[in-house]
Design a protein around this ligand. Structure first.
Ligand SMILES: Nc1nc2c(ncn2[C@@H]2O[C@H](COP(=O)(O)OP(=O)(O)OP(=O)(O)O)[C@@H](O)[C@H]2O)c(=O)[nH]1
Ligand SMILES: [Mg+2]
Length: 299
């Protein structure tokens, strides 16, 4: 018998870089799936996060932040990935930061013009608002911008009001059988998740020193009986960048490797041997062919 009470659908999480999209997804899932950092443009690839309950399945799509300044090929891919998804989902979550509206938020809003699905405005980082009296006029001015089905203030970092958001999403999910097994939490391979964990450590360790063109390729992923052996290559554009990542006497690369290994061990629940290399691959972020070879044309 077909269960007509089960609800299942896709929910896009969109917004400019750094508003907290990936932090929100991780909080909803209760695990660290999508990498986060203080640096804008942390998320580069679309990633699905699946949450299954007894009577519902939420398939969230975390997207790279939509941003201006798209001269390089990688910027175009990132904006395209985020923009196209909003037309293919059942619900759109548009994240902004409380009390802060920028030109890039306006760019995202403009993309919603032809969207048919319901859009929920999620006002994040409410924990940073000291004067709560400012919230009401903020929500009021946001509600004037678009016919949002709902405007929900949250703190993704502190986990405030997330349940209210999930309840609002559930209301909008269509009746559908589940599309993923109930133990599946993403569409991405372990190899991909590992490369992302390494990139997160790079971004967090190097902050503004890290050129965002830096990328990570998994060269070897071998599951042995007691240990998983992983070899990963960090690709940069210049010799100078390579030296920065390696650091004095290799200390920086070692620290990045240790932090990444610990996260990977948590993720796969097995001991890991992680070997990292850094290689100069000049100009790759500008070359469409290189981008394709690294999987940037996937979505
Ligand atoms: N204070 C506060 N900080 C938050 C909150 N949510 C996210 N952050 C921080 O904001 C920064 C950016 O968070 P991310 O989740 O990486 O943002 P994002 O929107 O995914 O960014 P991109 O992937 O670059 O588009 C991180 O330093 C987070 O810890 C929040 O509710 N409150
Ligand atoms: Mg992100």
């Amino acid at each position: 018998m077909i269960d007509t009470t089960f609800k299942c659908g896709y929910i896009a999480i969109i917004g400019r870089p750094n508003v907290g999209k990936s932090t929100l997804l991780n909080h909803i899932l209760g695990l660290k799936l999508s990498i986060t950092s203080r640096k804008p443009q942390t998320t580069r690839h679309q990633i699905l996060g699946v949450k299954t309950n007894d009577d519902s399945q939420f398939i969230y799509v975390d997207t790279p932040g939509i941003h201006s300044g798209g001269k390089k090929a990688i910027n175009r891919y990132m904006n395209k990935a985020a923009s196209s998804v909003i037309h293919d989902v059942d619900v759109v979550l548009f994240l902004v930061q409380a009390l802060k509206w920028t030109d890039e938020d306006q760019m995202v809003l403009d993309k919603l013009e032809h969207v048919k699905s319901p859009v929920i405005m999620v006002v994040n980082k409410t924990d940073t608002v000291e004067n709560k009296d400012l919230m009401l006029p903020c929500l009021q001015s946001l509600s004037d911008k678009y016919s949002f089905v709902n405007i929900i203030p949250v703190s993704a970092k502190k986990g405030r009001n997330i349940q209210a958001l999930e309840d609002a999403v559930l209301e909008l999910l269509p009746a559908n059988p589940p599309l993923f097994q109930d133990d599946e939490f993403t569409d991405r391979s372990l190899r991909f998740l590992v490369s992302e964990i390494i990139r997160e450590k790079l971004v967090r360790e190097l902050g503004n020193e890290l050129p965002y063109q830096t990328t990570v390729e998994i060269e070897k992923y071998e599951e042995k009986e007691k240990i998983t052996v992983i070899h990963a290559m960090i690709l940069v554009e210049t010799k100078g960048q390579k030296n920065i990542i390696i650091g004095n006497k290799g200390m920086r690369l070692k620290s990045i490797g240790t932090k990444a290994r610990k996260d990977v061990e948590k993720l796969i629940d097995q001991k890991v041997f992680l070997q990292l290399w850094v290689k100069v691959k000049a100009g790759w972020s500008d070359s469409e062919a290189s981008l394709r070879s690294l999987g940037y044309d996937e979505g």
